[in-house]
Design a protein around this ligand. Sequence first.
Ligand code: GCO
Length: 461
Amino acid sequence: MGDLNISDWIKNFPANFKWGAASSSYQIEGGYNIDGKGASIWDTFSNISGNTSRSETGNIACDHYHHFREDIDLMHKLGINSYRFSISWPRIFPDGRPDHINSPGVKFYDDIVDYCHQFDIEPIITLFHWDLPQVLEDQGGWFNPQTILYFERYAAWVSQHFSNRVTYFCTINEPQIISNLGYHLGIHAPGRHLDKERTITLLHQLALAHSKAVTAMRNSAQQDIKIGFASTGRLCYPHCPKGNALPLSSDIEAARSAAFTTNEDSWTFCHQIFCDAAILGKAPDFSSIGIAPWDDCETLCPAIDFLGLNIYNGSEVTADASGNPLFTPHYTGFPRTALKWPVTPAVMNYGLQFIYDRYHLPIFICENGLSCNDVVSLDGKVHDTNRIDFLNRYLIELGRAIQAGVDVRGYMHWSFTDNFEWHSGYDERFGLVYIDYPSQKRIPKDSFYWYKNLIREYKML
Ligand code: GCO
Protein backbone atom coordinates (compact mmCIF):
# COMPACT_ATOMS: atom_id res chain seq x y z
CA MET A 1 0.00 0.00 0.00
CA GLY A 2 1.30 3.38 -0.86
CA ASP A 3 2.00 5.18 2.36
CA LEU A 4 3.84 8.13 0.89
CA ASN A 5 0.85 10.35 1.13
CA ILE A 6 -1.09 11.46 4.17
CA SER A 7 -4.31 10.60 2.29
CA ASP A 8 -3.44 6.95 2.93
CA TRP A 9 -3.22 7.61 6.67
CA ILE A 10 -5.98 10.11 7.32
CA LYS A 11 -8.48 7.36 8.11
CA ASN A 12 -6.31 6.44 11.13
CA PHE A 13 -7.04 9.78 12.76
CA PRO A 14 -9.66 9.62 15.52
CA ALA A 15 -13.13 11.09 15.27
CA ASN A 16 -13.50 14.72 16.41
CA PHE A 17 -9.81 15.32 15.78
CA LYS A 18 -8.88 18.97 16.32
CA TRP A 19 -7.25 20.26 13.15
CA GLY A 20 -5.86 23.66 14.05
CA ALA A 21 -3.13 26.21 13.95
CA ALA A 22 -1.25 28.03 16.68
CA SER A 23 0.11 31.46 17.52
CA SER A 24 1.20 33.46 20.53
CA SER A 25 0.34 36.96 21.72
CA TYR A 26 3.73 38.65 21.54
CA GLN A 27 4.56 37.09 18.19
CA ILE A 28 1.48 38.31 16.30
CA GLU A 29 -0.51 41.00 18.14
CA GLY A 30 1.47 44.23 17.98
CA GLY A 31 -0.43 47.04 19.75
CA TYR A 32 2.32 46.72 22.32
CA ASN A 33 1.57 49.96 24.15
CA ILE A 34 -2.00 50.91 23.27
CA ASP A 35 -5.44 50.68 24.86
CA GLY A 36 -4.11 50.31 28.37
CA LYS A 37 -1.82 47.34 27.81
CA GLY A 38 1.07 47.12 30.27
CA ALA A 39 4.65 46.36 29.23
CA SER A 40 5.85 42.77 29.11
CA ILE A 41 9.42 41.58 29.47
CA TRP A 42 9.43 40.95 25.72
CA ASP A 43 8.45 44.57 25.02
CA THR A 44 11.40 45.62 27.14
CA PHE A 45 13.84 43.02 25.85
CA SER A 46 13.17 43.40 22.12
CA ASN A 47 13.28 47.21 22.31
CA ILE A 48 16.83 47.09 23.64
CA SER A 49 18.98 47.47 20.55
CA GLY A 50 20.92 44.35 19.63
CA ASN A 51 18.81 41.87 21.56
CA THR A 52 17.11 40.52 18.45
CA SER A 53 18.03 40.08 14.81
CA ARG A 54 18.33 43.60 13.35
CA SER A 55 16.82 44.79 16.65
CA GLU A 56 13.38 43.83 15.38
CA THR A 57 10.53 43.99 17.91
CA GLY A 58 6.96 42.80 18.37
CA ASN A 59 5.74 46.39 18.61
CA ILE A 60 3.65 45.91 15.46
CA ALA A 61 4.30 42.26 14.46
CA CYS A 62 1.33 41.05 12.34
CA ASP A 63 -0.89 43.76 13.88
CA HIS A 64 -3.28 40.99 14.84
CA TYR A 65 -4.67 43.43 17.38
CA HIS A 66 -6.34 45.26 14.47
CA HIS A 67 -6.49 42.41 11.93
CA PHE A 68 -7.89 39.58 14.09
CA ARG A 69 -11.21 39.41 12.24
CA GLU A 70 -9.43 39.19 8.89
CA ASP A 71 -7.20 36.45 10.30
CA ILE A 72 -10.10 34.47 11.71
CA ASP A 73 -11.93 34.86 8.37
CA LEU A 74 -8.88 33.20 6.81
CA MET A 75 -8.97 30.45 9.46
CA HIS A 76 -12.57 29.83 8.47
CA LYS A 77 -11.49 29.64 4.82
CA LEU A 78 -8.75 27.19 5.84
CA GLY A 79 -11.37 25.01 7.50
CA ILE A 80 -9.65 24.48 10.85
CA ASN A 81 -11.91 23.63 13.79
CA SER A 82 -9.57 24.91 16.53
CA TYR A 83 -7.20 27.81 17.09
CA ARG A 84 -4.53 27.86 19.80
CA PHE A 85 -3.54 31.37 20.84
CA SER A 86 -2.15 32.95 23.99
CA ILE A 87 -3.37 35.80 26.17
CA SER A 88 -0.96 38.63 26.91
CA TRP A 89 -1.11 38.78 30.71
CA PRO A 90 -0.24 42.52 30.82
CA ARG A 91 -2.91 43.30 28.21
CA ILE A 92 -5.51 42.18 30.73
CA PHE A 93 -3.67 43.00 33.98
CA PRO A 94 -1.23 45.80 33.00
CA ASP A 95 0.99 45.41 36.07
CA GLY A 96 0.17 41.77 36.62
CA ARG A 97 -1.91 42.46 39.71
CA PRO A 98 -5.47 41.08 39.68
CA ASP A 99 -6.96 44.29 41.14
CA HIS A 100 -6.11 46.41 38.10
CA ILE A 101 -7.93 45.12 35.03
CA ASN A 102 -7.75 46.65 31.55
CA SER A 103 -11.18 46.47 29.91
CA PRO A 104 -10.06 47.12 26.31
CA GLY A 105 -7.67 44.19 26.69
CA VAL A 106 -10.45 41.94 27.94
CA LYS A 107 -12.66 43.06 25.07
CA PHE A 108 -9.95 42.14 22.54
CA TYR A 109 -9.88 38.54 23.72
CA ASP A 110 -13.65 38.38 24.15
CA ASP A 111 -13.97 39.47 20.51
CA ILE A 112 -11.47 36.81 19.36
CA VAL A 113 -13.28 34.05 21.25
CA ASP A 114 -16.72 35.14 20.10
CA TYR A 115 -15.64 35.61 16.48
CA CYS A 116 -14.04 32.16 16.43
CA HIS A 117 -17.31 30.67 17.64
CA GLN A 118 -19.14 32.32 14.75
CA PHE A 119 -17.24 29.92 12.48
CA ASP A 120 -17.24 26.89 14.81
CA ILE A 121 -13.55 27.36 15.46
CA GLU A 122 -12.78 26.18 19.00
CA PRO A 123 -10.51 28.61 20.86
CA ILE A 124 -7.68 26.99 22.85
CA ILE A 125 -6.11 29.48 25.26
CA THR A 126 -2.52 29.47 26.51
CA LEU A 127 -2.21 31.59 29.63
CA PHE A 128 1.51 32.21 29.49
CA HIS A 129 3.52 32.23 26.27
CA TRP A 130 6.45 34.16 27.74
CA ASP A 131 5.18 37.76 28.01
CA LEU A 132 5.49 38.28 31.76
CA PRO A 133 4.34 41.73 33.00
CA GLN A 134 7.50 43.86 33.31
CA VAL A 135 6.35 45.24 36.66
CA LEU A 136 6.46 41.72 38.10
CA GLU A 137 9.91 41.04 36.65
CA ASP A 138 11.10 44.25 38.26
CA GLN A 139 9.88 42.86 41.59
CA GLY A 140 11.82 39.60 41.26
CA GLY A 141 9.76 37.87 38.61
CA TRP A 142 9.13 34.16 39.10
CA PHE A 143 11.51 34.09 42.07
CA ASN A 144 9.09 36.32 43.97
CA PRO A 145 6.24 34.27 45.52
CA GLN A 146 3.96 37.23 44.81
CA THR A 147 4.39 36.63 41.05
CA ILE A 148 3.21 33.05 41.50
CA LEU A 149 0.25 34.30 43.54
CA TYR A 150 -0.63 36.84 40.86
CA PHE A 151 -0.31 34.14 38.14
CA GLU A 152 -2.68 31.95 40.15
CA ARG A 153 -5.16 34.86 40.38
CA TYR A 154 -4.74 35.66 36.66
CA ALA A 155 -5.39 32.00 35.80
CA ALA A 156 -8.46 31.90 38.02
CA TRP A 157 -9.79 35.06 36.41
CA VAL A 158 -9.25 33.74 32.87
CA SER A 159 -10.94 30.46 33.75
CA GLN A 160 -13.93 32.18 35.36
CA HIS A 161 -14.30 34.68 32.52
CA PHE A 162 -13.78 32.41 29.49
CA SER A 163 -14.80 28.93 30.60
CA ASN A 164 -18.36 29.44 29.38
CA ARG A 165 -16.92 29.67 25.84
CA VAL A 166 -13.50 27.96 26.08
CA THR A 167 -12.91 24.37 27.19
CA TYR A 168 -9.20 23.81 26.57
CA PHE A 169 -6.48 25.76 28.36
CA CYS A 170 -2.68 25.47 28.46
CA THR A 171 -1.12 27.02 31.56
CA ILE A 172 2.48 27.54 30.39
CA ASN A 173 4.17 27.19 27.01
CA GLU A 174 7.55 25.47 27.03
CA PRO A 175 8.89 25.98 30.57
CA GLN A 176 12.07 24.32 29.33
CA ILE A 177 12.69 27.10 26.80
CA ILE A 178 11.71 29.86 29.23
CA SER A 179 14.30 28.69 31.76
CA ASN A 180 17.03 27.88 29.25
CA LEU A 181 16.86 30.75 26.75
CA GLY A 182 15.40 33.44 29.02
CA TYR A 183 17.25 32.82 32.26
CA HIS A 184 20.37 30.74 31.47
CA LEU A 185 21.57 31.64 27.98
CA GLY A 186 19.88 35.03 28.09
CA ILE A 187 19.01 35.18 24.37
CA HIS A 188 15.31 35.49 25.22
CA ALA A 189 13.58 37.86 27.63
CA PRO A 190 14.38 38.77 30.35
CA GLY A 191 17.97 38.13 29.15
CA ARG A 192 19.29 36.70 32.43
CA HIS A 193 22.45 34.59 32.76
CA LEU A 194 21.77 32.41 35.76
CA ASP A 195 23.89 29.46 36.74
CA LYS A 196 22.53 25.91 36.56
CA GLU A 197 21.24 25.89 40.12
CA ARG A 198 19.29 29.16 39.79
CA THR A 199 18.00 28.09 36.37
CA ILE A 200 16.65 24.85 37.81
CA THR A 201 15.15 26.85 40.68
CA LEU A 202 13.41 29.06 38.09
CA LEU A 203 12.06 25.91 36.44
CA HIS A 204 10.75 24.79 39.81
CA GLN A 205 8.98 28.15 40.24
CA LEU A 206 7.29 27.62 36.88
CA ALA A 207 6.19 24.14 37.98
CA LEU A 208 4.81 25.66 41.19
CA ALA A 209 3.00 28.38 39.21
CA HIS A 210 1.54 25.75 36.89
CA SER A 211 0.29 23.63 39.77
CA LYS A 212 -1.34 26.59 41.53
CA ALA A 213 -2.95 27.72 38.29
CA VAL A 214 -4.47 24.29 37.58
CA THR A 215 -6.19 24.16 40.97
CA ALA A 216 -7.32 27.79 40.77
CA MET A 217 -8.73 27.32 37.27
CA ARG A 218 -10.71 24.26 38.24
CA ASN A 219 -12.17 26.09 41.25
CA SER A 220 -13.12 29.14 39.16
CA ALA A 221 -14.44 27.53 36.01
CA GLN A 222 -18.10 27.95 35.09
CA GLN A 223 -18.13 24.47 33.56
CA ASP A 224 -15.89 21.44 33.04
CA ILE A 225 -12.61 22.57 31.44
CA LYS A 226 -9.61 20.65 30.12
CA ILE A 227 -6.21 21.82 31.33
CA GLY A 228 -2.68 20.97 30.20
CA PHE A 229 0.58 22.65 29.35
CA ALA A 230 2.85 22.67 26.28
CA SER A 231 6.14 20.86 26.72
CA THR A 232 9.15 20.70 24.44
CA GLY A 233 12.51 19.05 24.58
CA ARG A 234 14.85 16.65 22.89
CA LEU A 235 13.09 13.57 21.61
CA CYS A 236 14.76 10.57 20.00
CA TYR A 237 13.82 7.94 17.47
CA PRO A 238 15.43 4.65 16.41
CA HIS A 239 17.23 4.11 13.14
CA CYS A 240 14.41 3.33 10.68
CA PRO A 241 15.45 0.99 7.85
CA LYS A 242 14.27 1.89 4.34
CA GLY A 243 10.90 0.59 3.22
CA ASN A 244 8.50 -0.97 5.71
CA ALA A 245 11.08 -2.86 7.79
CA LEU A 246 10.71 -2.10 11.49
CA PRO A 247 13.56 -0.75 13.60
CA LEU A 248 15.45 -3.14 15.83
CA SER A 249 13.82 -3.37 19.25
CA SER A 250 17.23 -2.71 20.79
CA ASP A 251 17.40 0.57 18.86
CA ILE A 252 13.87 1.49 19.94
CA GLU A 253 14.70 0.95 23.61
CA ALA A 254 17.99 2.80 23.27
CA ALA A 255 16.12 5.75 21.71
CA ARG A 256 13.56 5.68 24.51
CA SER A 257 16.29 5.69 27.13
CA ALA A 258 18.16 8.55 25.43
CA ALA A 259 14.98 10.64 25.16
CA PHE A 260 14.57 10.68 28.94
CA THR A 261 18.17 10.89 30.03
CA THR A 262 19.07 14.23 31.57
CA ASN A 263 22.73 14.92 31.12
CA GLU A 264 25.18 17.77 30.67
CA ASP A 265 24.10 18.59 27.13
CA SER A 266 20.36 18.10 27.57
CA TRP A 267 19.66 19.33 31.09
CA THR A 268 17.46 22.26 29.97
CA PHE A 269 15.97 20.88 26.79
CA CYS A 270 14.15 17.72 27.76
CA HIS A 271 10.58 16.91 28.58
CA GLN A 272 11.19 15.07 31.85
CA ILE A 273 12.72 18.02 33.71
CA PHE A 274 9.22 19.48 33.90
CA CYS A 275 6.84 16.65 33.02
CA ASP A 276 8.15 14.18 35.63
CA ALA A 277 7.27 16.69 38.35
CA ALA A 278 4.11 18.23 36.86
CA ILE A 279 2.57 14.95 35.68
CA LEU A 280 4.10 12.10 37.69
CA GLY A 281 4.88 13.99 40.90
CA LYS A 282 8.40 12.58 40.62
CA ALA A 283 11.61 14.57 41.12
CA PRO A 284 13.32 15.09 37.77
CA ASP A 285 16.81 13.58 37.72
CA PHE A 286 19.35 16.38 37.88
CA SER A 287 22.09 14.21 39.38
CA SER A 288 24.18 14.33 36.19
CA ILE A 289 24.57 18.09 36.65
CA GLY A 290 25.04 18.00 40.41
CA ILE A 291 21.69 19.55 41.32
CA ALA A 292 19.75 18.18 44.30
CA PRO A 293 16.30 16.72 43.57
CA TRP A 294 13.21 18.79 44.27
CA ASP A 295 11.57 17.59 47.49
CA ASP A 296 8.00 18.81 46.89
CA CYS A 297 7.05 17.19 43.59
CA GLU A 298 4.02 15.47 45.03
CA THR A 299 2.54 18.97 45.43
CA LEU A 300 3.37 20.03 41.85
CA CYS A 301 1.15 17.58 39.99
CA PRO A 302 -2.57 18.36 40.25
CA ALA A 303 -4.32 16.19 37.68
CA ILE A 304 -4.34 17.59 34.16
CA ASP A 305 -6.37 16.44 31.17
CA PHE A 306 -3.85 16.47 28.34
CA LEU A 307 -0.20 17.01 27.52
CA GLY A 308 0.61 19.53 24.79
CA LEU A 309 3.73 18.74 22.78
CA ASN A 310 5.71 21.15 20.64
CA ILE A 311 7.63 18.82 18.33
CA TYR A 312 9.90 19.98 15.52
CA ASN A 313 12.72 17.47 15.27
CA GLY A 314 14.62 14.77 17.12
CA SER A 315 17.79 12.70 17.26
CA GLU A 316 18.32 9.30 15.68
CA VAL A 317 19.64 6.65 18.05
CA THR A 318 20.97 3.11 17.70
CA ALA A 319 22.04 0.70 20.44
CA ASP A 320 25.65 -0.31 20.90
CA ALA A 321 26.57 -3.90 21.73
CA SER A 322 25.61 -3.28 25.35
CA GLY A 323 22.31 -1.64 24.43
CA ASN A 324 23.54 1.84 25.26
CA PRO A 325 22.36 4.73 23.08
CA LEU A 326 24.54 5.91 20.21
CA PHE A 327 23.48 9.14 18.49
CA THR A 328 23.64 8.96 14.70
CA PRO A 329 25.45 11.97 13.24
CA HIS A 330 23.58 13.72 10.41
CA TYR A 331 25.05 12.84 7.03
CA THR A 332 26.42 15.61 4.81
CA GLY A 333 23.55 17.54 3.30
CA PHE A 334 20.95 16.26 5.78
CA PRO A 335 17.56 17.97 5.14
CA ARG A 336 17.18 21.15 7.18
CA THR A 337 14.73 24.03 7.54
CA ALA A 338 15.56 27.69 6.93
CA LEU A 339 16.45 27.88 10.63
CA LYS A 340 18.81 24.94 9.97
CA TRP A 341 16.74 22.62 12.16
CA PRO A 342 16.96 19.01 10.93
CA VAL A 343 13.87 17.51 9.30
CA THR A 344 13.25 14.23 11.15
CA PRO A 345 9.65 13.01 10.63
CA ALA A 346 10.17 9.70 12.49
CA VAL A 347 10.31 11.64 15.76
CA MET A 348 6.58 12.35 15.39
CA ASN A 349 5.97 8.61 15.60
CA TYR A 350 8.49 7.20 18.04
CA GLY A 351 8.95 10.35 20.12
CA LEU A 352 5.21 10.46 20.63
CA GLN A 353 5.07 6.78 21.58
CA PHE A 354 7.82 7.26 24.16
CA ILE A 355 6.08 10.29 25.70
CA TYR A 356 2.70 8.53 25.77
CA ASP A 357 4.18 5.39 27.34
CA ARG A 358 5.76 7.52 30.08
CA TYR A 359 2.98 9.99 30.92
CA HIS A 360 -0.23 8.20 29.81
CA LEU A 361 -2.10 11.40 28.97
CA PRO A 362 -4.07 12.34 25.86
CA ILE A 363 -1.77 14.34 23.60
CA PHE A 364 -2.25 17.51 21.58
CA ILE A 365 0.45 18.43 19.11
CA CYS A 366 0.44 22.10 20.15
CA GLU A 367 3.17 23.05 17.69
CA ASN A 368 4.80 21.50 14.63
CA GLY A 369 6.05 23.23 11.54
CA LEU A 370 9.11 24.76 9.94
CA SER A 371 10.56 28.03 8.83
CA CYS A 372 11.06 28.41 5.10
CA ASN A 373 12.64 31.11 2.99
CA ASP A 374 9.19 31.94 1.65
CA VAL A 375 8.88 34.62 -1.02
CA VAL A 376 6.03 35.97 -3.12
CA SER A 377 6.63 34.65 -6.65
CA LEU A 378 6.01 36.64 -9.81
CA ASP A 379 2.55 35.04 -10.01
CA GLY A 380 1.74 36.63 -6.62
CA LYS A 381 1.63 33.26 -4.85
CA VAL A 382 3.88 31.67 -2.24
CA HIS A 383 4.99 28.25 -3.42
CA ASP A 384 6.19 26.70 -0.16
CA THR A 385 6.74 23.17 -1.41
CA ASN A 386 9.14 22.46 1.48
CA ARG A 387 6.35 23.07 3.97
CA ILE A 388 3.93 20.82 2.08
CA ASP A 389 6.51 18.02 2.00
CA PHE A 390 7.28 18.55 5.70
CA LEU A 391 3.58 18.48 6.62
CA ASN A 392 2.99 15.35 4.55
CA ARG A 393 5.92 13.49 6.11
CA TYR A 394 5.24 14.51 9.74
CA LEU A 395 1.50 13.86 9.51
CA ILE A 396 2.12 10.40 8.08
CA GLU A 397 4.30 9.68 11.11
CA LEU A 398 1.60 11.11 13.36
CA GLY A 399 -0.74 8.64 11.67
CA ARG A 400 1.70 5.83 12.49
CA ALA A 401 1.79 6.92 16.15
CA ILE A 402 -2.01 6.92 16.25
CA GLN A 403 -2.04 3.47 14.62
CA ALA A 404 0.42 2.32 17.31
CA GLY A 405 -2.13 3.36 19.95
CA VAL A 406 -1.11 6.88 20.98
CA ASP A 407 -4.17 8.91 22.06
CA VAL A 408 -3.66 12.02 19.93
CA ARG A 409 -6.53 14.51 20.10
CA GLY A 410 -5.36 17.32 17.84
CA TYR A 411 -2.69 18.95 15.69
CA MET A 412 -2.01 22.71 15.86
CA HIS A 413 0.27 23.72 13.03
CA TRP A 414 2.93 26.26 13.95
CA SER A 415 2.03 28.72 12.78
CA PHE A 416 -1.08 30.21 11.24
CA THR A 417 0.68 33.34 9.93
CA ASP A 418 4.32 34.27 9.68
CA ASN A 419 5.25 36.10 12.86
CA PHE A 420 7.98 37.42 15.18
CA GLU A 421 10.36 34.52 15.78
CA TRP A 422 11.77 35.88 19.03
CA HIS A 423 15.49 36.66 18.87
CA SER A 424 15.52 35.58 15.21
CA GLY A 425 13.12 38.32 14.24
CA TYR A 426 10.93 38.24 11.09
CA ASP A 427 13.22 36.47 8.64
CA GLU A 428 11.98 33.12 9.87
CA ARG A 429 8.62 32.45 8.25
CA PHE A 430 6.62 29.61 9.90
CA GLY A 431 3.14 30.51 8.66
CA LEU A 432 0.59 28.88 6.41
CA VAL A 433 -0.19 32.51 5.59
CA TYR A 434 2.51 34.88 4.34
CA ILE A 435 2.67 38.32 5.93
CA ASP A 436 3.93 41.23 3.85
CA TYR A 437 4.93 43.31 6.85
CA PRO A 438 5.12 46.78 5.24
CA SER A 439 1.53 46.48 3.97
CA GLN A 440 0.28 43.88 6.50
CA LYS A 441 -1.19 42.03 3.50
CA ARG A 442 -2.02 38.38 4.15
CA ILE A 443 -1.24 35.83 1.36
CA PRO A 444 -2.28 32.20 1.91
CA LYS A 445 0.63 30.00 0.85
CA ASP A 446 0.32 26.81 -1.21
CA SER A 447 0.59 24.90 2.08
CA PHE A 448 -2.59 26.70 3.29
CA TYR A 449 -4.53 25.10 0.42
CA TRP A 450 -2.83 21.73 0.94
CA TYR A 451 -3.80 21.73 4.64
CA LYS A 452 -7.30 22.92 3.71
CA ASN A 453 -7.74 19.99 1.33
CA LEU A 454 -6.42 17.54 3.94
CA ILE A 455 -8.91 18.78 6.51
CA ARG A 456 -11.68 18.53 3.92
CA GLU A 457 -10.63 14.92 3.16
CA TYR A 458 -10.79 14.13 6.86
CA LYS A 459 -14.26 15.67 7.19
CA MET A 460 -15.47 13.50 4.30
CA LEU A 461 -14.40 10.21 5.97
C1 GCO B 1 8.71 27.78 20.59
C2 GCO B 1 7.60 28.68 20.74
C3 GCO B 1 7.13 29.31 19.46
C4 GCO B 1 8.17 29.41 18.35
C5 GCO B 1 8.11 28.19 17.45
C6 GCO B 1 9.23 28.24 16.41
O1 GCO B 1 8.47 26.58 20.51
O2 GCO B 1 9.84 28.26 20.63
O3 GCO B 1 6.50 28.05 21.34
O4 GCO B 1 6.76 30.58 19.92
O5 GCO B 1 7.95 30.53 17.57
O6 GCO B 1 8.29 27.04 18.18
O7 GCO B 1 10.45 28.34 17.07
